[in-house]
Design a protein around this ligand. Sequence first.
Ligand SMILES: Nc1ncnc2c1ncn2[C@@H]1O[C@H](COP(=O)(O)OP(=O)(O)OP(=O)(O)O)[C@@H](O)[C@H]1O
Ligand SMILES: [Mg+2]
Length: 305
Amino acid sequence: MALPIVAGGKFFGVLGFSSSRPERRIPPGQLRALDVLARTAASAFETAALVGELRRMNEELELRVRERTRDLEMANHDLEAFSYSVSHDLREPLRAVEGFCEMFRAEFAASVPEAGQKILERIWAGAGRMTRLINDLLHFSRFGRQPLKCARVPLREVVEQCVARLEESRDSRRPSVQIGELPDCFADRALLEQVLINLLSNAIKFSAGRDDPRIEVGTLRQGADIVYYVRDNGVGFDMRYADRLFGVFQRLHPQESFEGTGIGLSIVHRIITRHGGRVWADSRPGEGTTFYFSLPRPSELGPGM
Ligand SMILES: Nc1ncnc2c1ncn2[C@@H]1O[C@H](COP(=O)(O)OP(=O)(O)OP(=O)(O)O)[C@@H](O)[C@H]1O
Ligand SMILES: [Mg+2]
């Protein structure tokens, strides 16, 4: 007797039985058992075929992901090298513009009419601003290239040092800085310092116009994760433009009101994402801003972090 092994519309083979006593009919109970056996075999074959197919698809997918990652890494690397060399090469002619401006000012300024002097000042200021932008771009590209050296960081101590450094460089009104609970974290200390310096300097800059500038640094719990925050009661911004915050040279306030090139938050974003963390903001015009960031726990960091 032969039973076909069929599952999911596929034919896998035949299950054959023979009896040593062909004159005896197979009882219905045994027939049912043989039928169950054939069906079980069919579903085992089907599962095996599916597993094989799944494995093949998985391998194909992994290969494609590896190829895409390699392409992306190469494109990224090319772009970085390009922006680095362009910024680097631009510094030379700019230095010449600034140098000749200075020479001209020193030697001929007295004989140039006032209108000419004003134009010269604008050339000089423009070249100065371009130098700052280029230096910032070089500074930014450095943060994407140096390898991370992660270790336990005494965050409270780092925040206190950053606040002290920033207060030293300010002679105008000092904000009150409140430091809440700040447990140690696991990160590249030098890079985390850059994150805090940028967030704190923004908090100071954008709250300086208030009568009672206040800054608060602390942590929140979000499930098992710790979220760090830097809050100020400054000018704030419209959350409709929040997606621009972390772009290179993106600014939401005019240069005349607040100095800056718009590189600080892009450095923050790059450092935090390189750590595998997240950074985001919440703000209301006139009421203040809070920047949040999270860092993965050491167990979540992959090899090489
Ligand atoms: N605490 C804050 N309050 C209000 N607006 C902010 C705050 N932090 C950042 N912003 C907005 O985001 C923009 C980008 O910030 P970012 O730190 O990148 O640049 P910047 O401070 O203007 O210049 P730089 O940091 O290069 O000196 C700022 O110009 C400002 O419009
Ligand atoms: Mg800034």
